[in-house]
Design a protein around this ligand. Structure first.
Ligand code: DOR
Ligand code: ZN
Length: 347
């Protein structure tokens, strides 16, 4: 078969990204806008985004700092057990929030304000369902007796099935799906879709526990899992299956919070090379013809948003990902930093 050296795709969207705030936001937002028209920006700031006012201000800040005037940040409301429901409803109606994000308490970065008992947010879920707005989920159940590698499965069995059965019309995105169990569940359930990150298509636990040590730059939540999970995720992502789409979960932390610290923060920063990594993967799987579905069609179709009108070109050309992103006092280790990729966006 003749190998392809260049591919033109509708400009992607990133359906799950962290842009943070302050200098960090300024340091990274243009990496996301370089390749995406829209991005769903996670609301897990130090003070989570839970009100319409905060939502408006945060979106304005992002627009102000992003060089591309066509970039559109979309924002889900951070669900808490004490949300002001009339403000929440109004913000959804006015499209300040695209939907809402469920973080189980202490499942990941800045999730201490999250949900400890699903019953406590039934009224928020009812509002979402009634207004036909999506629920975005960090699908991990935390518990003393739950192994870190089984958190996704426990969440599905003990929480997600309850939500699904209670709100059959609610649209749900199981974000950064990380296991075969989770991906199969998405595939089998109506109204449920999933985003898949570059790292969950690239790494297994062997890359996290490497050379008898832990690589903090490969630590994210949900943690990367077994070979069987990686293969299942690759199959679903690359097959053109409409229920799976691009969500990088690009989540930068200053390097000091990743290393030289007893508690490394979870998060992998892939924005400087995310579309190139996805393209590499689709090429490796001989499925490059399905890249556009994953990157640019399945997401807007599930979210019921228009398909983008512009396009980007990727060319087969070796390049080395810079090791770090540096800006003012910020230093972030780039995912794949220092390594070679085969594809590059042509500017
Ligand atoms: O690894 C992660 N980092 N997973 C998440 O869900 C959150 C993210 C962050 O905000 O750092
Ligand atoms: Zn995330």
């Amino acid at each position: 078969m003749k190998s392809i050296n260049s591919i033109n795709i509708i400009k992607p969207d990133d359906w799950h990204v962290h842009l943070r705030e302050g200098n960090m936001l300024e340091a990274i937002c243009n990496h996301t806008s370089r390749i995406n028209v829209r991005a769903i920006v996670m609301p897990n700031l130090k003070l989570p985004i839970t009100t319409a006012k905060q939502g408006i201000e945060y979106k304005q800040k992002i627009i102000q700092l992003t060089k591309d005037p066509n970039f559109i940040p979309l924002l889900p409301c951070y669900l808490t057990e004490s949300l002001d429901l009339s403000d929440f409803k109004l913000a959804l109606e006015k499209k300040i929030f695209i939907g809402a994000k469920l973080y189980p308490t202490n499942a990941t970065t800045n999730s201490s304000f999250g949900i400890s008992k699903i019953e406590n947010i039934y009224s928020s879920l009812e509002i979402l369902s009634d207004l036909h707005k999506p629920l975005l989920i960090h699908g991990e159940k935390i518990g003393k007796n739950i192994d870190i590698f089984d958190r996704e499965k426990f969440f599905i069995d003990e929480v997600l099935i309850d939500i699904r059965d209670r709100y059959p019309n609610l649209k749900i995105i199981l974000e950064h799906v990380s296991s075969k169990y989770g991906a199969d569940f998405i595939n089998e359930n109506n109204n449920i879709a999933g985003t898949i990150t570059p790292q969950h298509l690239m790494l297994t636990k062997k890359d996290l526990f490497f050379d008898d040590s832990i690589n903090p730059h490969h630590f994210c939540m949900p943690v990367v899992k077994e070979e069987i999970d990686l293969l299942a995720l690759r199959k679903y992502a690359c097959s053109g299956n409409k229920k799976f789409f691009l969500g990088t979960d690009s989540a930068p932390h200053h390097i000091d919070f990743k290393i030289n610290n007893f508690k490394s923060k979870p998060g992998i920063f892939s924005a400087p090379c995310s579309i190139e990594i996805y393209t590499n993967i689709f090429d490796e799987e001989n499925k490059i013809h399905n890249l556009e579905s994953f990157s640019s069609l399945n997401g807007p179709n599930f979210y019921e948003l228009p398909i983008n009108l512009t396009s980007i070109t990727l060319v087969k050309k070796k390049w080395k990902v810079p090791e770090y992103t540096l800006f003012k006092d910020i230093k972030i280790k780039n995912f794949m930093g220092g390594e070679e990729l085969n594809w590059k966006i042509s500017q």
